[in-house]
Structures are given as structure tokens and as C-alpha cells.
Design a protein around this ligand. Structure first.
Ligand SMILES: NC(=O)c1ccc[n+]([C@@H]2O[C@H](COP(=O)([O-])OP(=O)(O)OC[C@H]3O[C@@H](n4cnc5c(N)ncnc54)[C@H](O)[C@@H]3O)[C@@H](O)[C@H]2O)c1
Length: 327
């Protein structure tokens, strides 16, 4: 039996992870801590509300007292809580420094004081920066290019220092781009889908040839489960699907589903400092922990599109929250 503190549990990946764990480990207990920022949607975990092994707490990872109280009940921490939208980090980076760096620091410090047995810091392939050819491994230098990725890289390094200096059992995971149900519509794939559902053009940055490696969210969850069970302290694990696609390819696949053509695409000026290609080598987690992604992109994107088509209420709720966050 394990007792997990999952931070950012109302967000896209955190909520998927909680559902995955509740489905696969009937004797594990989960406390979800989330500040319900604009991307946190409590409805994502509606089905879990009646599960006696699950509890939601509304609060901020920067709150020392609250975090300390919750950690007294737990043996492991999985930190998903973050500000996650690159565009927002370019316009107003403050919240990214506050949550992604200071919030992670607070969790680490509190974990150490409360004897937490395992601390998993959920990070991103974006910390390595852009690569034209080949793949980043866990030992590649960090060269983040946006305030978002720089804040995540900072948190990675602080987390790893807590292993080396204080012996806290910290593991960092760096995942590629996730997609699947419940992803906030500001992110690429749900952005395209919801624009189409709202009968708008599909806006694409620059020439649309930026490359991302796509992973279905529940494959990410199974990788984190492996890391939680058997990952080694002080290590970094890349989690990638080896499923590279240009943004233009992704748009065309989605347009095809709706039987629409490329005339729907509107090219807009490129994002500042837009990374051209992300690509990571996942050999370490595959060989060491026996993880493999199971969802192929064709099936994953189809079921993701269908989820959004069938959850228009969810899109409206998320859209309202996004609007409120801009006011
Ligand atoms: N989405 C991806 O493709 C991707 C890929 C690799 C890594 N990641 C990482 O995975 C994690 C989760 O990403 P996501 O896509 O689910 O993000 P998300 O934006 O959907 O969810 C983030 C959650 O964190 C919560 N949160 C924000 N600030 C908080 C604070 N101060 N205290 C408590 N809760 C707070 C939000 O309310 C939200 O529920 C992030 O750390 C992100 O960097 C994401």
C-alpha cells in the first residue's frame, strides 16, 4: 500500500495519473493538492470523488503549513503542479518562477522534514532545448529557451541537489508532448480541435514545421508508475514516444478526421524563441524499467478528438476559466 500526495492533480496529466492509479492499485491512497488555477478543472476527477481512497485538497504548493500537514499522511510525492503554457510564460513569467521554482523548492524542503520516501519531479523534454538531428539523453546539457522551460530546468536541478546534498529520494522524469482527453484547450492538439468545433480557422505558428514527439497521456502515467515502483534515487528518466510529427502534420490529421482541407489553416506570426524540434532518447526507461508506450498516434488522436466532440460542456467550462484568467 502507498500513500501519495499528487500535486497539480486537477490538471491534465495529474488527473489522468490519479485515475490511472485508482484503477490499477485498489489499496493505494491519494491526496490531490491543487490550487485550481485556470487549467485546474475539478470535474476531471468527478468519478473519483466517491472513492474512499481519494481526497481533494484545494491549496497552493507554496503553502508550507498545508503541504507539511498533508505530507504527514503520505510516503511519496509526485509533483505535477506547474504553470505550463509557454506563451503565457513569455508574456508574464512571474507565476512560472513562483510555482515552478519556489513551489517545487517548498515541496522538497517539506518532504525532507517529513521523511517522504520518494519524490518524483515531473519535468519536460523542453529543458534540453531544441535539437536539429539526433536525440537528447538524460546526460545531455540543459539549454532551455523559454521562461517556462527555464523554470522547469531550475526545478529539476534543485530537486536533484536534494538527493545529492540531503539524500532525499528524488527522481526527475522528462516527458515529451502529451495528448489525450481533458487537456486544456490552450495546448496544441485541443486548441486545434476546439477551434474546428467552434467553426474557426486553425491557427498555426510560423511555417508549421516545428517538430514535437507525441505521447498519449496514459502512456505517460504508466511510465510514472514504473518510476514510482522501481526508479532509482537521484536518476533522471526521459519518457518519449518516438512519435515525431510537425505541427502541420498534426493539423492535417485532425482536419482529415473532420473531412476538412488545408484551407482552414491560418498561418500566424511565429512564437518568440520557438524551439524547432524536441526529441528524446527513451532507451533508459525502456531497458531499465521495462516501460513501453502502447497507444499508437492514429488511434490516440482519434479517441482524443472523439472525447472533445462528446464533451462540449467541458470545453465551455475550460474556456470560461481561461477567459477569467485573462481578466
Ligand atoms: N502537457 C504536456 O505535454 C507535458 C509534457 C511534459 C511534462 N509536462 C509537465 O507535467 C506537469 C503537468 O502538466 P499538465 O499538462 O497537466 O499541466 P496543466 O496546466 O494541465 O495542470 C497543472 C495543474 O497545476 C495546478 N497548479 C498550478 N499552480 C499551482 C500551485 N501553485 N499550487 C498547486 N497547484 C497548482 C493547476 O491548477 C493545474 O491543475 C507539469 O509539471 C508540466 O511541466 C507536461
Amino acid at each position: 500500500m502507498r500513500k501519495l500526495l499528487v500535486t497539480g492533480g486537477a490538471g491534465f496529466i495529474g488527473s489522468s495519473f490519479i485515475k490511472y492509479i485508482l484503477n490499477n492499485h485498489s489499496d493505494w491512497m491519494i491526496i490531490s493538492l491543487d490550487a485550481l488555477e485556470y487549467a485546474g478543472v475539478l470535474d476531471n476527477l468527478k468519478d473519483a470523488e466517491t472513492n474512499p481512497n481519494y481526497r481533494f485538497v484545494h491549496g497552493n504548493i507554496c503553502n508550507k503549513f498545508l503541504v507539511s500537514d498533508l505530507m504527514k499522511e503520505c510516503d511519496s510525492v509526485i509533483n505535477f503542479a506547474a504553470q505550463t503554457h509557454v506563451d503565457k510564460s513569455i508574456v508574464s513569467p512571474d507565476a512560472f518562477i513562483e510555482t515552478n521554482i519556489k513551489g517545487t523548492f517548498n515541496l522538497l524542503e517539506t518532504a525532507l522534514k517529513n521523511g517522504i520516501k520518494k519524490f518524483i519531479q515531473i519535468s519536460t523534454d523542453e529543458v534540453y532545448g531544441s535539437i536539429d538531428e539526433g536525440y537528447f539523453t538524460e546526460t545531455s546539457p540543459l539549454k532551455p529557451n523559454s521562461p517556462y522551460s527555464a523554470s522547469k530546468a531550475s526545478a529539476d536541478l534543485i530537486a536533484l541537489s536534494y538527493f545529492k546534498t540531503y539524500g532525499l529520494n528524488v527522481i526527475v522524469t522528462r516527458c515529451s508532448n502529451n495528448y489525450g482527453p481533458n487537456q486544456f484547450p490552450e495546448k496544441l492538439i485541443p486548441f486545434f480541435i476546439t477551434r474546428i468545433l467552434n467553426d474557426k480557422t486553425v491557427q498555426l505558428y510560423g511555417d508549421g514545421l516545428n517538430v514535437r514527439d507525441w505521447l498519449y497521456v496514459y502512456d505517460h502515467c504508466s511510465a510514472i508508475e514504473k518510476v514510482l515502483l522501481n526508479g532509482r534515487a537521484g536518476e533522471v528518466y526521459n519518457i518519449g514516444g518516438h512519435c515525431e510529427k510537425t505541427n502541420l502534420e498534426v493539423v492535417k490529421i485532425i482536419l482529415d478526421y473532420f473531412k476538412m482541407d488545408a484551407s482552414k489553416i491560418e498561418f500566424v506570426p511565429d512564437r518568440l524563441g520557438h524551439d524547432r524540434r524536441y526529441a528524446i532518447d527513451n532507451t533508459k526507461i525502456v531497458t531499465e524499467l521495462g516501460w513501453m508506450p502502447v497507444m499508437n498516434f492514429e488511434d490516440g488522436i482519434k479517441s482524443t478528438i472523439e472525447w472533445y466532440v462528446n464533451h462540449k460542456d467541458w470545453i465551455i467550462t475550460a474556456g470560461c476559466r481561461a477567459l477569467q484568467s485573462c481578466n
